[in-house]
Design a protein around this ligand. Sequence first.
Ligand code: NAD
Ligand code: TDX
Length: 331
Amino acid sequence: MDILVTGGAGFIGSNFVHYLVNTTDAHVTVLDALTYAGNRESLAGIPGNRLTFVHGTITDAEVVNRLVEGADAVVHFAAESHNDNSLANPRPFVDTNLIGTYTLLEAVRRTDTRYHHISTDEVYGDLDLDDPSRFSEATPYNPSSPYSATKAGSDLLVRAWIRSFEVRGTISNCSNNYGPYQHIEKFIPRQITNILAGLRPKLYGAGANVRDWIHTEDHSSAVWTILTTGRIGETYLIGADGEMSNRDVLTTILTLMGQEPDAFDHVTDRPGHDLRYAIDSTKLRTELGWTPEYRDFPAGLAATIDWYRANEVWWRAAKAATEAFYASRGQ
Ligand code: NAD
Ligand code: TDX
Protein backbone atom coordinates (compact mmCIF):
# COMPACT_ATOMS: atom_id res chain seq x y z
CA MET A 1 0.00 0.00 0.00
CA ASP A 2 1.33 3.45 -0.93
CA ILE A 3 -0.03 6.27 1.19
CA LEU A 4 0.36 9.90 0.19
CA VAL A 5 0.65 12.07 3.30
CA THR A 6 0.40 15.82 2.74
CA GLY A 7 2.05 18.00 5.38
CA GLY A 8 4.17 15.06 6.54
CA ALA A 9 7.01 17.33 7.68
CA GLY A 10 4.73 19.14 10.14
CA PHE A 11 3.85 18.25 13.71
CA ILE A 12 0.96 15.80 13.39
CA GLY A 13 1.84 14.67 9.87
CA SER A 14 5.39 13.64 10.83
CA ASN A 15 4.12 11.78 13.89
CA PHE A 16 1.64 9.98 11.62
CA VAL A 17 4.43 9.03 9.18
CA HIS A 18 6.49 7.57 12.05
CA TYR A 19 3.38 5.72 13.22
CA LEU A 20 2.81 4.23 9.73
CA VAL A 21 6.45 3.18 9.36
CA ASN A 22 6.52 1.65 12.86
CA THR A 23 3.18 -0.17 12.83
CA THR A 24 2.32 -1.01 9.17
CA ASP A 25 4.01 -2.22 5.97
CA ALA A 26 2.85 0.83 4.00
CA HIS A 27 5.19 2.85 1.83
CA VAL A 28 4.74 6.57 2.50
CA THR A 29 5.09 9.47 0.08
CA VAL A 30 5.18 12.87 1.77
CA LEU A 31 4.24 16.04 -0.10
CA ASP A 32 5.25 19.08 1.92
CA ALA A 33 6.01 22.70 1.02
CA LEU A 34 8.45 23.05 3.95
CA THR A 35 6.95 26.34 5.10
CA TYR A 36 8.26 27.84 8.36
CA ALA A 37 6.24 25.01 10.07
CA GLY A 38 7.71 22.11 8.10
CA ASN A 39 10.98 20.48 9.13
CA ARG A 40 12.67 17.72 7.14
CA GLU A 41 14.47 16.69 10.36
CA SER A 42 11.14 15.55 11.81
CA LEU A 43 11.36 12.57 9.41
CA ALA A 44 15.01 11.74 10.15
CA GLY A 45 15.79 8.07 10.70
CA ILE A 46 13.08 6.65 8.46
CA PRO A 47 14.57 4.07 6.04
CA GLY A 48 14.74 5.22 2.42
CA ASN A 49 12.77 2.22 1.16
CA ARG A 50 9.78 3.25 3.29
CA LEU A 51 9.61 6.98 2.53
CA THR A 52 9.69 9.20 -0.56
CA PHE A 53 9.84 12.91 0.23
CA VAL A 54 8.56 15.40 -2.35
CA HIS A 55 9.10 19.13 -1.77
CA GLY A 56 6.10 20.90 -3.28
CA THR A 57 2.81 22.61 -2.60
CA ILE A 58 -0.69 21.11 -2.56
CA THR A 59 -1.87 24.05 -4.64
CA ASP A 60 0.23 22.78 -7.59
CA ALA A 61 -2.19 20.60 -9.59
CA GLU A 62 0.57 19.05 -11.67
CA VAL A 63 2.53 17.62 -8.75
CA VAL A 64 -0.66 16.71 -6.86
CA ASN A 65 -2.09 14.82 -9.87
CA ARG A 66 1.14 12.90 -10.42
CA LEU A 67 1.45 11.83 -6.77
CA VAL A 68 -2.22 10.95 -6.34
CA GLU A 69 -2.04 8.71 -9.44
CA GLY A 70 0.65 6.63 -7.71
CA ALA A 71 -1.14 6.37 -4.36
CA ASP A 72 -3.64 3.89 -2.91
CA ALA A 73 -4.83 6.44 -0.35
CA VAL A 74 -4.31 10.11 0.54
CA VAL A 75 -4.23 11.44 4.10
CA HIS A 76 -4.36 15.23 4.00
CA PHE A 77 -2.69 17.01 6.95
CA ALA A 78 -1.09 19.97 5.13
CA ALA A 79 -2.44 23.30 6.35
CA GLU A 80 -1.62 26.68 7.70
CA SER A 81 -2.40 25.74 11.29
CA HIS A 82 -1.81 28.62 13.71
CA ASN A 83 -4.66 30.88 14.83
CA ASP A 84 -2.42 33.81 15.78
CA ASN A 85 -0.78 33.80 12.32
CA SER A 86 -4.22 33.76 10.71
CA LEU A 87 -5.13 36.91 12.63
CA ALA A 88 -1.93 38.64 11.45
CA ASN A 89 -2.06 37.47 7.79
CA PRO A 90 -5.02 35.34 6.63
CA ARG A 91 -4.08 35.01 2.94
CA PRO A 92 -1.87 31.85 3.14
CA PHE A 93 -4.73 30.16 5.04
CA VAL A 94 -7.12 30.74 2.13
CA ASP A 95 -4.55 29.50 -0.39
CA THR A 96 -3.42 26.33 1.38
CA ASN A 97 -6.48 25.30 3.36
CA LEU A 98 -9.08 26.05 0.68
CA ILE A 99 -7.34 26.00 -2.73
CA GLY A 100 -4.97 23.22 -1.63
CA THR A 101 -7.84 21.02 -0.45
CA TYR A 102 -9.76 21.75 -3.66
CA THR A 103 -6.72 20.70 -5.71
CA LEU A 104 -6.45 17.40 -3.83
CA LEU A 105 -10.17 16.72 -4.11
CA GLU A 106 -10.10 17.17 -7.88
CA ALA A 107 -7.19 14.70 -8.09
CA VAL A 108 -8.83 11.99 -5.94
CA ARG A 109 -12.11 12.52 -7.79
CA ARG A 110 -10.45 11.87 -11.16
CA THR A 111 -8.53 8.80 -9.93
CA ASP A 112 -11.15 7.44 -7.50
CA THR A 113 -8.53 7.36 -4.73
CA ARG A 114 -9.46 6.84 -1.06
CA TYR A 115 -9.15 10.18 0.75
CA HIS A 116 -9.01 11.04 4.44
CA HIS A 117 -9.32 14.67 5.48
CA ILE A 118 -7.72 15.90 8.71
CA SER A 119 -9.61 18.68 10.45
CA THR A 120 -10.09 20.32 13.80
CA ASP A 121 -12.72 20.74 16.51
CA GLU A 122 -12.36 24.50 16.01
CA VAL A 123 -14.80 24.34 13.08
CA TYR A 124 -17.56 24.10 15.71
CA GLY A 125 -16.64 27.41 17.35
CA ASP A 126 -16.50 27.38 21.14
CA LEU A 127 -18.51 26.39 24.22
CA ASP A 128 -19.13 28.48 27.31
CA LEU A 129 -16.92 27.67 30.27
CA ASP A 130 -19.91 26.62 32.38
CA ASP A 131 -21.67 24.71 29.55
CA PRO A 132 -21.51 20.96 30.31
CA SER A 133 -22.05 19.95 26.66
CA ARG A 134 -19.37 18.74 24.25
CA PHE A 135 -18.99 18.86 20.45
CA SER A 136 -20.40 15.92 18.50
CA GLU A 137 -20.69 15.09 14.79
CA ALA A 138 -24.11 16.83 14.86
CA THR A 139 -22.84 20.19 16.20
CA PRO A 140 -23.38 23.02 13.65
CA TYR A 141 -20.29 24.67 12.18
CA ASN A 142 -19.56 28.09 13.71
CA PRO A 143 -15.84 28.95 13.24
CA SER A 144 -14.33 32.02 14.93
CA SER A 145 -10.93 32.76 13.37
CA PRO A 146 -9.62 32.96 9.79
CA TYR A 147 -7.81 29.66 10.49
CA SER A 148 -10.91 27.81 11.68
CA ALA A 149 -13.07 29.40 8.96
CA THR A 150 -10.76 28.07 6.24
CA LYS A 151 -10.70 24.62 7.92
CA ALA A 152 -14.51 24.67 8.07
CA GLY A 153 -14.61 25.65 4.38
CA SER A 154 -12.27 22.81 3.47
CA ASP A 155 -14.44 20.30 5.38
CA LEU A 156 -17.50 21.52 3.47
CA LEU A 157 -15.66 21.12 0.15
CA VAL A 158 -14.92 17.51 1.14
CA ARG A 159 -18.57 16.87 2.04
CA ALA A 160 -19.69 18.30 -1.31
CA TRP A 161 -17.16 16.25 -3.30
CA ILE A 162 -18.31 13.10 -1.45
CA ARG A 163 -21.97 13.80 -2.12
CA SER A 164 -21.76 15.23 -5.64
CA PHE A 165 -18.88 13.23 -7.13
CA GLU A 166 -18.88 10.07 -4.98
CA VAL A 167 -15.38 10.71 -3.73
CA ARG A 168 -14.47 7.90 -1.29
CA GLY A 169 -13.74 10.25 1.58
CA THR A 170 -13.84 10.45 5.37
CA ILE A 171 -13.27 13.41 7.69
CA SER A 172 -11.92 13.57 11.25
CA ASN A 173 -12.09 16.57 13.57
CA CYS A 174 -9.60 16.28 16.40
CA SER A 175 -8.99 18.26 19.58
CA ASN A 176 -5.69 19.94 20.60
CA ASN A 177 -2.65 17.71 20.07
CA TYR A 178 0.55 17.66 22.11
CA GLY A 179 3.75 15.64 21.83
CA PRO A 180 7.13 15.70 20.01
CA TYR A 181 7.87 17.74 16.84
CA GLN A 182 5.24 20.45 17.57
CA HIS A 183 6.28 23.89 16.35
CA ILE A 184 7.31 26.15 19.23
CA GLU A 185 4.74 28.80 18.25
CA LYS A 186 2.06 26.56 19.84
CA PHE A 187 1.07 26.89 23.51
CA ILE A 188 2.73 23.86 25.15
CA PRO A 189 6.09 23.87 23.31
CA ARG A 190 6.29 27.67 23.53
CA GLN A 191 6.11 27.53 27.32
CA ILE A 192 8.51 24.57 27.62
CA THR A 193 11.11 26.21 25.36
CA ASN A 194 10.66 29.58 27.09
CA ILE A 195 11.62 27.95 30.38
CA LEU A 196 14.53 26.09 28.75
CA ALA A 197 15.70 29.40 27.18
CA GLY A 198 15.44 31.34 30.45
CA LEU A 199 12.33 33.30 29.38
CA ARG A 200 9.08 33.56 31.34
CA PRO A 201 6.06 31.63 30.01
CA LYS A 202 3.25 33.73 28.52
CA LEU A 203 -0.41 33.15 29.32
CA TYR A 204 -3.08 34.89 27.21
CA GLY A 205 -5.49 36.84 29.42
CA ALA A 206 -6.53 35.11 32.63
CA GLY A 207 -5.88 31.62 31.23
CA ALA A 208 -9.37 30.30 32.01
CA ASN A 209 -9.83 29.07 28.41
CA VAL A 210 -10.17 25.30 28.21
CA ARG A 211 -8.62 23.00 25.59
CA ASP A 212 -9.20 19.23 25.26
CA TRP A 213 -5.71 17.66 24.98
CA ILE A 214 -4.85 14.46 23.12
CA HIS A 215 -1.41 12.93 22.58
CA THR A 216 -0.50 13.03 18.90
CA GLU A 217 0.18 9.25 18.92
CA ASP A 218 -3.49 8.70 19.81
CA HIS A 219 -4.49 11.00 16.94
CA SER A 220 -2.38 8.82 14.61
CA SER A 221 -3.99 5.56 15.76
CA ALA A 222 -7.44 7.11 15.37
CA VAL A 223 -6.70 8.28 11.81
CA TRP A 224 -5.36 4.83 10.87
CA THR A 225 -8.50 3.23 12.35
CA ILE A 226 -10.74 5.53 10.29
CA LEU A 227 -8.68 5.09 7.11
CA THR A 228 -8.86 1.31 7.33
CA THR A 229 -12.28 0.68 8.91
CA GLY A 230 -14.27 3.94 8.72
CA ARG A 231 -17.48 4.22 6.72
CA ILE A 232 -17.12 6.22 3.50
CA GLY A 233 -18.78 9.62 3.71
CA GLU A 234 -18.68 9.78 7.50
CA THR A 235 -17.20 12.30 9.90
CA TYR A 236 -15.58 11.10 13.14
CA LEU A 237 -14.62 13.30 16.09
CA ILE A 238 -11.34 12.37 17.78
CA GLY A 239 -10.74 13.21 21.45
CA ALA A 240 -9.32 11.69 24.62
CA ASP A 241 -11.32 13.39 27.41
CA GLY A 242 -8.40 15.70 28.19
CA GLU A 243 -10.07 19.00 29.14
CA MET A 244 -7.88 21.42 31.09
CA SER A 245 -7.63 25.20 31.48
CA ASN A 246 -4.58 26.90 29.98
CA ARG A 247 -3.61 28.12 33.43
CA ASP A 248 -3.65 24.55 34.81
CA VAL A 249 -1.61 23.26 31.86
CA LEU A 250 0.96 26.00 32.43
CA THR A 251 1.26 25.45 36.18
CA THR A 252 1.68 21.70 35.53
CA ILE A 253 4.54 22.44 33.09
CA LEU A 254 6.16 24.85 35.56
CA THR A 255 5.94 22.31 38.39
CA LEU A 256 7.28 19.46 36.23
CA MET A 257 10.22 21.71 35.26
CA GLY A 258 11.06 22.63 38.85
CA GLN A 259 9.76 26.24 38.67
CA GLU A 260 7.41 28.15 40.97
CA PRO A 261 3.82 27.64 39.69
CA ASP A 262 3.29 31.42 39.40
CA ALA A 263 6.51 32.14 37.47
CA PHE A 264 4.76 33.34 34.30
CA ASP A 265 3.45 36.57 32.70
CA HIS A 266 -0.12 37.39 31.71
CA VAL A 267 -0.01 38.90 28.20
CA THR A 268 -2.50 40.44 25.75
CA ASP A 269 -5.36 38.08 25.03
CA ARG A 270 -5.97 36.64 21.53
CA PRO A 271 -8.72 38.60 19.68
CA GLY A 272 -11.87 36.49 19.42
CA HIS A 273 -10.24 33.87 21.70
CA ASP A 274 -12.37 30.68 21.78
CA LEU A 275 -13.38 29.88 25.35
CA ARG A 276 -13.65 26.12 25.49
CA TYR A 277 -13.35 23.08 23.22
CA ALA A 278 -14.59 19.64 24.29
CA ILE A 279 -14.98 16.51 22.17
CA ASP A 280 -17.47 13.66 22.49
CA SER A 281 -15.74 10.81 20.60
CA THR A 282 -18.43 8.18 21.32
CA LYS A 283 -19.03 7.48 17.62
CA LEU A 284 -15.39 6.63 16.92
CA ARG A 285 -15.12 4.51 20.07
CA THR A 286 -18.35 2.54 19.69
CA GLU A 287 -18.47 2.15 15.87
CA LEU A 288 -14.79 1.53 15.21
CA GLY A 289 -13.57 0.34 18.63
CA TRP A 290 -10.83 3.00 18.99
CA THR A 291 -9.50 3.98 22.43
CA PRO A 292 -6.70 6.37 23.41
CA GLU A 293 -3.54 4.92 25.01
CA TYR A 294 -2.23 8.11 26.67
CA ARG A 295 -4.55 8.62 29.64
CA ASP A 296 -2.09 10.28 32.06
CA PHE A 297 -1.71 13.87 30.84
CA PRO A 298 1.03 14.93 33.33
CA ALA A 299 3.06 11.84 32.33
CA GLY A 300 2.61 12.69 28.63
CA LEU A 301 3.61 16.30 29.36
CA ALA A 302 6.71 15.15 31.26
CA ALA A 303 7.77 13.00 28.28
CA THR A 304 7.15 15.96 25.94
CA ILE A 305 9.28 18.22 28.16
CA ASP A 306 12.06 15.59 28.03
CA TRP A 307 11.81 15.53 24.24
CA TYR A 308 12.27 19.33 23.92
CA ARG A 309 15.12 19.23 26.43
CA ALA A 310 16.88 16.49 24.41
CA ASN A 311 16.18 18.05 21.00
CA GLU A 312 17.18 21.69 21.37
CA VAL A 313 18.92 21.47 17.98
CA TRP A 314 15.48 20.77 16.41
CA TRP A 315 13.84 23.95 17.80
CA ARG A 316 16.55 26.47 18.69
CA ALA A 317 16.82 28.13 15.25
CA ALA A 318 13.10 29.07 15.26
CA LYS A 319 12.98 30.56 18.76
CA ALA A 320 14.10 34.17 18.15
CA ALA A 321 11.76 34.76 15.18
CA THR A 322 8.83 33.13 16.97
CA GLU A 323 9.25 35.32 20.05
CA ALA A 324 9.78 38.44 17.90
CA PHE A 325 6.41 37.80 16.22
CA TYR A 326 4.68 37.47 19.60
CA ALA A 327 6.47 40.52 21.04
CA SER A 328 5.17 42.61 18.11
CA ARG A 329 1.63 41.63 19.17
CA GLY A 330 2.15 42.20 22.89
CA GLN A 331 1.98 38.44 23.46
P1 NAD B 1 1.85 22.21 11.30
O1 NAD B 1 1.72 23.66 11.05
O2 NAD B 1 2.78 21.71 12.35
O3 NAD B 1 2.28 21.46 9.94
C1 NAD B 1 1.72 21.79 8.70
C2 NAD B 1 2.60 21.17 7.60
O4 NAD B 1 1.98 21.44 6.34
C3 NAD B 1 4.02 21.73 7.54
O5 NAD B 1 4.96 20.69 7.35
C4 NAD B 1 3.98 22.65 6.32
O6 NAD B 1 5.25 22.79 5.68
C5 NAD B 1 2.98 21.94 5.45
N1 NAD B 1 2.32 22.83 4.48
C6 NAD B 1 1.79 24.06 4.71
N2 NAD B 1 1.30 24.57 3.57
C7 NAD B 1 1.52 23.64 2.60
C8 NAD B 1 1.23 23.57 1.23
N3 NAD B 1 0.62 24.58 0.58
N4 NAD B 1 1.58 22.46 0.53
C9 NAD B 1 2.19 21.44 1.16
N5 NAD B 1 2.51 21.44 2.48
C10 NAD B 1 2.18 22.53 3.17
O7 NAD B 1 0.36 21.68 11.55
P2 NAD B 1 -0.17 20.52 12.51
O8 NAD B 1 -0.39 21.07 13.87
O9 NAD B 1 0.68 19.32 12.33
O10 NAD B 1 -1.60 20.27 11.86
C11 NAD B 1 -1.76 19.29 10.84
C12 NAD B 1 -3.23 19.18 10.49
O11 NAD B 1 -3.97 18.79 11.63
C13 NAD B 1 -3.86 20.49 10.00
O12 NAD B 1 -4.77 20.19 8.96
C14 NAD B 1 -4.59 21.01 11.23
O13 NAD B 1 -5.69 21.82 10.86
C15 NAD B 1 -5.02 19.71 11.87
N6 NAD B 1 -5.25 19.75 13.32
C16 NAD B 1 -4.27 20.20 14.16
C17 NAD B 1 -4.45 20.15 15.54
C18 NAD B 1 -3.38 20.60 16.53
O14 NAD B 1 -3.61 20.55 17.73
N7 NAD B 1 -2.20 21.01 16.07
C19 NAD B 1 -5.67 19.64 16.05
C20 NAD B 1 -6.65 19.20 15.16
C21 NAD B 1 -6.41 19.24 13.81
O1 TDX C 1 1.70 31.70 24.25
C1 TDX C 1 0.54 31.30 24.27
N1 TDX C 1 -0.21 31.50 25.39
C2 TDX C 1 -1.51 31.09 25.51
O2 TDX C 1 -2.15 31.29 26.56
C3 TDX C 1 -0.06 30.60 23.17
C4 TDX C 1 0.74 30.35 21.91
C5 TDX C 1 -1.36 30.17 23.30
N2 TDX C 1 -2.07 30.41 24.42
C6 TDX C 1 -3.44 29.87 24.55
C7 TDX C 1 -4.36 30.08 23.37
C8 TDX C 1 -5.24 28.84 23.41
O3 TDX C 1 -6.33 29.03 24.31
O4 TDX C 1 -3.28 28.44 24.65
C9 TDX C 1 -4.34 27.75 23.97
C10 TDX C 1 -3.74 26.87 22.91
O5 TDX C 1 -3.21 27.71 21.91
P1 TDX C 1 -2.59 27.13 20.54
O6 TDX C 1 -1.48 26.19 20.85
O7 TDX C 1 -2.30 28.28 19.65
O8 TDX C 1 -3.77 26.22 20.00
P2 TDX C 1 -5.30 26.54 19.57
O9 TDX C 1 -5.48 27.95 19.18
O10 TDX C 1 -6.20 25.96 20.63
O11 TDX C 1 -5.38 25.64 18.23
C11 TDX C 1 -4.76 24.33 18.21
O12 TDX C 1 -5.72 23.33 18.34
C12 TDX C 1 -6.61 23.16 17.27
C13 TDX C 1 -3.96 24.13 16.92
O13 TDX C 1 -2.99 25.17 16.79
C14 TDX C 1 -4.87 24.10 15.73
O14 TDX C 1 -4.13 23.81 14.55
C15 TDX C 1 -5.90 23.04 15.95
O15 TDX C 1 -6.83 23.08 14.90
